[in-house]
Design a protein around this ligand. Structure first.
Ligand SMILES: NC(=O)C1=CN([C@@H]2O[C@H](COP(=O)(O)OP(=O)(O)OC[C@H]3O[C@@H](n4cnc5c(N)ncnc54)[C@H](O)[C@@H]3O)[C@@H](O)[C@H]2O)C=CC1
Ligand SMILES: O=C(O)[C@@H]1CCC=N1
Length: 272
């Protein structure tokens, strides 16, 4: 991170997502003096992390603090109330980053004026350095600032750039919310194992480890997901029997399409 004690990164909201990003940066050795956390009510684990690493914490951003980067990680519904309180701290060269679902560049611009703004949609695996972040920049963002954002986000996972702001709603639905779908898959697989006759604890352990192992294999392998799926599937075997259900016209594909469409719609609604 290139932020300094004089122009720190101010993290506004150290909850589940802002906290996951912070934890990712701390694990990568970020200089605690270059970060200020603003949260009126951080979770106890977050307060511990801040204390352990000597990261400054305030309940409101002090007027004297002029962050180099202002990272907004509060709920979209709070933006209208909180943004005006931050305006005095934003200088013309402050880079405003927002991870809020739905909150548009126009909304941020109406609070802060003609400043560089980047919307970022991260996800919680950032906490362990395996995040997926997609960024969209307004036309005030210069190449050096794009590199700065790349550097910041690549420290906690992969980074991609969207070239149109309206793509951010579908991005939110796929990668922002996506970890929840995978965690639900673990829950559903374990529940199905119980229905098939397994003790609950054994079903929980094997469902979890199967997703962990498949994710790690996907991570380490050069093969795409379809090929890795085929490698499990013996002709006329057990996997083929299951996939004939999951890949039926009304199977997982159709369900996923409906789920992603619902999340995309909700992201658009949050824009107001
Ligand atoms: N949870 C996730 O997986 C993801 C969340 N997001 C976005 O991140 C944002 C935060 O979501 P979560 O972390 O899940 O919510 P959260 O509720 O866990 O965290 C929000 C934090 O903001 C703090 N806060 C409330 N008022 C504040 C104020 N005036 N100033 C500073 N901090 C304040 C709260 O105390 C809380 O710690 C949302 O806009 C959401 O759309 C984006 C990607 C993924
Ligand atoms: O559920 C939400 O609205 C946020 C945005 C993406 C993940 N969590």
């Amino acid at each position: 991170m290139t932020q300094t004690a004089e122009r720190p990164l101010a993290l506004i909201g150290a909850g589940k997502m802002g906290g996951a990003m912070l934890e990712g940066w701390v694990k990568r050795g970020a200089d605690p003096r270059s970060i200020v956390v603003v949260d009126p009510k951080p979770a106890p684990e977050m307060s511990d992390l801040l204390a352990r690493h000597g990261i400054g914490h305030e309940t409101a951003l002090s007027a004297s603090c002029k962050p180099g980067i202002l990272l907004l990680a509060i709920k979209p519904q709070l933006m209208e109330r909180v943004l005006p309180t931050l305006t005095p701290s934003v200088l013309p060269d402050t880079l405003v980053l927002s991870i809020a679902a739905g909150t548009t560049v126009a909304t941020l611009g109406s609070a802060f004026g003609d400043v560089p703004i980047v919307r970022v949609m991260p996800n919680t695996p950032a906490q362990v350095g395996r995040g997926m972040s997609v960024a969209y920049a307004n036309d005030k963002v210069v190449d050096e600032q794009r590199r700065e954002v790349d550097l910041l986000l690549s420290a906690i996972g992969m980074v991609a750039w969207a070239d149109a702001e309206d793509q951010m709603d579908a991005v939110t639905a796929v990668s922002g919310s996506g970890p929840a779908y995978v965690f639900h898959l673990v829950e559903a697989l374990a529940a199905a194992g119980v229905k098939a006759g397994l003790p609950a604890e054994l079903a929980r352990v094997i469902a979890r480890q199967t997703v962990v192992g498949a994710g790690e294999l996907l991570h380490q392998s050069e093969l795409d997901a379809g090929t890795l799926r085929e490698n499990v599937t013996s002709p006329n075997g057990t996997t083929a029997a299951a996939l004939s259900v999951l890949m039926a016209p009304d199977g997982l594909g159709a369900l996923m399409e409906k789920a992603v469409a619902a999340a995309t719609r909700r992201s658009r609604e949050l824009a107001g």
